[in-house]
Write a protein that binds this ligand. Structure first.
Ligand SMILES: *Cc1c(COP(=O)(O)O)cnc(C)c1O
Length: 397
């Protein structure tokens, strides 16, 4: 197959492969005819927030994920903030630096100190083997993140937490439909928090869902999303205004009907990518451990400059000229951001390696396989012409 891909990339004057530019992600919304009648009903009912649809959505999510409680909130960030508050965490919390900053924001809003732990260069997830070295008498919890939908090594993390009397919160923003050892994530740790914003695997346009097997915690979270008011206007603790609208719950409910299909489709698309570009030297894929399944919220590949012949930024630039959008997720990592650099205590070499060399390629649930093939073609021809590109790119990039 690769033999036919000899043509020049656009950056060297070749013809574009794609008729239209491709974006990195696009929301997959339920068909309008599936939601419009009920949308109007909600609109006219006067019950427009935190009512029947939210409750139904919570029940369906809990059913699907096999967890006792699901609590809808306005965003994943507000969900994480509330879980931390409701659990009354103190002091320090273990967290990866290779994550989206919202994971860290939830700690800072609660006056907690993030303690950054390096990731594994293969899975991009929190390196569970070195968590112990970072635990101090002030540590109260571990916050793990299923990066791009690849499940963290939950059993090891939970056993470290048990040994040290720590809570476990999982930022599962990427991970609806992810399976750890065959089981859907959502019922692990003290709580998991999912994100429903437009770029995530399941979207409600905006929103978050907290899942937990602890009914006492769930009750506190329901109070917490409503300012901390249980009804008597004498707040039990400092909550947020973080309810979910009925409209969001409706869209989430309809989307949830297709979640298995969506995750299967994303996995097929990733396979097409893998089959077509895995022979290119210097490109490696995120490792999903045997028995696990990723939701593939993102497809992040690592570009090894020495083997590929171009670095990550040069490839991103050449793809951009082809009309193919990419993202450097997560770059910079938390510990190299203004807001977080003062918390760095230890070197994080794997995090820096992954962050400096990662490139997320376009992936969305209703993407056609043909587009993936075209992107693979574009990467191949950029690779074939790597030397010429290096020559011309030094003055352009
Ligand atoms: C998107 C995302 C969030 C934030 O979700 P919001 O619903 O926008 O607050 C949190 N954590 C991770 C890892 C994310 O990717």
């Amino acid at each position: 197959m690769s033999l036919i891909w000899h043509d020049k990339p656009v950056i060297l004057g070749g013809n574009p492969i794609l008729e239209e530019p491709v974006s990195i992600a696009r929301p997959t919304l339920p068909e309008i005819k599936k939601v419009q009648d009920e949308f109007c009903q909600i609109y006219h009912s006067g019950m427009v927030t935190n009512s029947n649809y939210v409750q139904r959505f919570e029940e369906r999510v809990a059913d699907y994920l096999g967890v006792k409680e699901a609590v809808c909130v306005s965003s994943c960030t507000s969900g994480l903030m509330l879980v931390i508050r409701a659990l009354e965490l103190t002091g320090e919390v273990i967290i990866p630096s290779f994550t989206f900053f919202a994971s860290g924001h939830a700690l800072l809003w609660n006056n907690l100190k993030p303690v950054f732990v390096d990731c594994l260069p293969s899975t991009y997830n929190l390196n569970h083997n070195i968590i112990n070295e970072h635990i101090t008498p002030d540590t109260s919890a571990i916050m793990a993140v299923h990066i791009f939908g690849n499940p963290v090594e939950i059993e090891s993390i939970q056993s470290i937490a048990n040994d040290n009397n720590l809570k476990v919160i999982i930022d599962s923003a990427h991970a609806i439909g992810t399976r750890y050892k065959g089981r859907l994530v959502g019922s692990f740790g003290d709580a998991e928090v999912f994100c429903l914003s437009p770029t995530k695997v399941l979207t409600a346009i905006e929103g978050g869902i907290i899942t937990t097997n602890d009914p006492v915690l769930a009750k506190r979270l329901r109070i917490g999303r409503d300012y901390g008011n249980s009804g008597n206007y004498d707040c039990e603790f400092l909550g947020l205004s973080a309810r979910m609208e009925e409209f969001n719950a409706l869209i989430g409910l309809k989307g949830l009907e297709d979640i298995e299909e969506i995750v299967a489709k994303r996995s097929r698309l990733v396979n097409v990518y893998q089959e077509n570009i895995c022979q290119i030297p210097g490109i490696s894929f995120q490792q999903i451990d045997a028995g696990n399944a990723s939701s593939y919220k993102d497809l992040g590949i690592i570009i090894n400059r020495d083997d590929f012949g171009l670095d990550r930024d040069q490839l991103a630039y050449a793809l951009d000229i082809e009309g193919i959008a990419t993202k450097k997720y997560f770059h910079p990592p938390l510990h190299q951001q203004k807001l977080y650099s003062r918390y760095q205590q230890h070197p994080l070499p794997a995090t820096e390696y992954v962050s400096n060399n990662i490139l997320c390629l376009p992936l969305y649930s209703h993407m056609e396989e043909k587009i993936v093939m075209d992107i693979c073609h574009a990467i191949w021809r950029i690779y074939r012409y790597r030397e010429e590109i290096t020559r011309i790119s030094s003055d352009r990039m």
